[in-house]
Design a protein around this ligand. Sequence first.
Ligand SMILES: [Fe+2]
Ligand SMILES: [Fe+2]
Length: 194
Amino acid sequence: MTDPMHLDRRTGLPEEWLYLLKDHPRVDWASHRNLGPLTEFWLARHNGFRQLGQTLDTLLVDFREERVAAKQFGGLFAPRLQQFLSELHHHHMIEDEHYFPVFMDAEKRLVAGFELLEGDHELIHHRIETVIGSANTFLGRLRQGGKDGIRRAADDYAAVSDTLLTGLMRHLDDEENLIVPLILERGEHDLGLS
Ligand SMILES: [Fe+2]
Ligand SMILES: [Fe+2]
């Protein structure tokens, strides 16, 4: 954890990778002529992960603060969590296999940036597995009953979930800051994306 670029430590990407973001700041993205359908779809996926991550977090808080009954919680929470984790895993696979190689080829100065994002994916993948294990324990406890056991399992789950979600939010912002300006600079078509 001494690496300042570690997902849990960094507060953004280093300046030397953000030269395209200076020319294409976030406020300009929505109206840029090179913002194509693929990029819009990809940004919408990211926003979907932000929203579903927030929904899961809110549901968990509501349960722990007894605003959602144990009986209802599993049925609300489990399918949403499953959707979130499987879609996230799929999203990262597509980025690693299809998009990052294109971007690394197109902009050699940002190869280290894409390697950092690949490293994030690997870390997030491990965290997804930890969350699945912890969720299974937690949901199993809920079925068994027993207030103390449920509370402990909920606490454990909340900790690993928070680690996953906090890291993911950092990753999404950094990834967009690296990729969107590159697409706006070159265009989806010239990059070979569409
Ligand atoms: Fe990613
Ligand atoms: Fe992504």
